[in-house]
Design a protein around this ligand. Structure first.
Ligand SMILES: C[S@@+](CC[C@H](N)C(=O)[O-])C[C@H]1O[C@@H](n2cnc3c(N)ncnc32)[C@H](O)[C@@H]1O
Ligand SMILES: [Zn+2]
Length: 421
């Protein structure tokens, strides 16, 4: 591209995010009604809501850099106005270079202006090239990246194969998916087509979405004799995000293939179980109530976050003044506590709805579960969700017990009221 200064031919404004300044499209100018989704209407993509995602990405990158303990080369594959890539270079210590690209010429030009605005031209470059082409140019061993971030509008699947090829051993792949309708089972066929696994519309479908994306990643990596380890993942707003490190070697790939399987779910009694295999004719009958089970998968049954990685991220968060610092900390603490817990969670509202019971506060249910000797861990996936080793039937008993106690208290209050009159 020539050295002349390009002037955006659309309304822009300057915003501050993290430690950087960004020229972004003035979103208000591109929507005609309140219901329109402004980021997709602007000539260059910028979504202020994704600041939270970018904050977490910065912390994850720093946690990874501290873990590998050497300078890292980063690829921000789908740049938009460059927000994420520029923040990586400005806010993460140990970043040698950031390479970005965007197929939209105006996006890559605006990203270039943002690089200049933040004085990062020595370490950050942006291309106007199709993402897979850029990754293919980085497939040779000495050209590979230490981190590749894929942050698309929709599904990241079209970029996974070439990203895995362009990532160094022990590298980190960070992947966003915003196509929640397929991943949560609203468009089941699209999910099978894209992610190679069947989704299921259960109350814990957001966790299944993370597991379907991770499973798809594991399969793509295994084809190249590469294994994966999911170090962090979350579901926030309208998207899910998975951070996985890769390890070269057929044995590593075999190990991660062993973590693929199915989640069986009974829509009658809400019993669920994870299984490495399902029968050719389906997944059989529910062991609790005998109803026909449904299934999701193949998907990732392994760990979807690593407690020590979360702690590292938390530590990094504490050292920064993030505008959304409280929210990031809350999420990290929750994900850390959830790591290593069994697949799926109960949603108190959903269970109460099925059982025809009033909905108690989720913390009260958690306490009652613990009193009965079960684990009870709240989940970031759903503010009404509890991860527990209690079978669905016992969950029902506990909820009924709480409902009964509440009725007794109300009755007692009622009779006292009568006596006092
Ligand atoms: C969701 S935006 C990226 C947002 C950005 N990561 C951020 O944090 O602001 C997705 C971008 O991918 C670009 N894009 C879509 N398909 C592409 C492709 N095949 N190659 C390169 N860029 C592509 C779009 O032009 C768009 O700017
Ligand atoms: Zn059942």
């Amino acid at each position: 591209m020539s050295g002349e200064i390009w002037k955006p031919d659309f309304p822009t404004e300057i915003v501050n995010e993290g430690n950087v300044k960004l020229i972004v499209p003035k979103l208000k100018s591109f929507v005609k009604s309140r219901s329109e989704y402004a980021p997709s209407k602007a000539p260059v993509f910028y979504n202020p809501v994704m600041e939270f995602n970018r904050d977490l990405a910065v912390l994850a990158l720093q946690a990874h850099q501290r873990t590998v303990n050497h300078e890292i080369a980063v690829c921000e594959l789908l740049a938009g106005c460059g927000a994420m890539g520029i923040r990586f270079a400005a806010e993460v210590k140990g970043v040698k270079k950031v390479v970005m690209t965007d197929i939209n010429e105006r996006a890559s030009k605006l990203a270039r202006q943002n690089i200049e605005l933040n004085n990062l031209a020595e370490r950050v470059t942006v291309e106007h090239e199709e993402a897979n082409l850029l990754l293919s140019r980085h497939g040779a061993p000495h050209e590979r990246f230490d981190v590749i971030d894929i942050d698309p509008f929709g599904s990241p699947v079209p970029y996974l194969d070439s990203a895995i090829r362009a990532l160094r051993n022990h590298g980190l792949l960070a992947v966003t998916a915003t196509d929640m309708a397929p991943l949560c089972g609203v468009h089941s066929k699209a999910c099978v087509r894209k992610y190679g696994g069947k989704p299921l519309r259960t109350e814990y479908c957001h966790e299944l979405a993370v597991r379907l994306l991770a499973g798809c990643l594991a399969s793509a990596a295994a084809r190249r004799d590469i294994g994966i380890e999911v170090v962090f993942s979350h579901s926030s707003d309208h998207y899910v995000r998975v951070y996985a490190t890769i390890k070269y070697g057929a044995k590593k790939a075999d190990e991660s293939v062993k973590s693929l399987g199915f989640v069986m779910h009974c829509f009658n009694c809400l019993h669920r179980e994870a299984s490495r295999e399902i029968l050719a004719e389906g997944c059989g009958k529910c062991s609790e109530c005998g109803s026909k089970m449904s299934y999701a998968g193949p998907l990732w049954l392994g760990r979807i976050s690593d407690a020590s990685f979360c702690l590292r991220m938390e530590g990094e968060g504490k050292q920064r003044l993030l505008r959304l610092g409280e929210r990031t900390e809350r999420l990290l603490v929750s994900v850390e506590k959830e790591s290593g817990t069994p697949v799926s969670y109960y949603v108190v509202d959903e269970l109460c709805h099925i059982l025809g019971l009033p909905v108690p506060p989720v913390r009260q249910v958690a306490e009652a579960l613990k009193k009965e000797g079960f684990t009870a861990i709240l989940t970031h996936f759903d503010s009404k969700g509890i991860r527990s080793d209690a079978p669905a039937k016992r969950m029902g008993d506990i909820l009924r017990g709480i409902g009964k106690e509440k009725r007794q208290v109300l009755n007692n209050l009622g009779s006292k009221h009568v006596l006092h009159r």
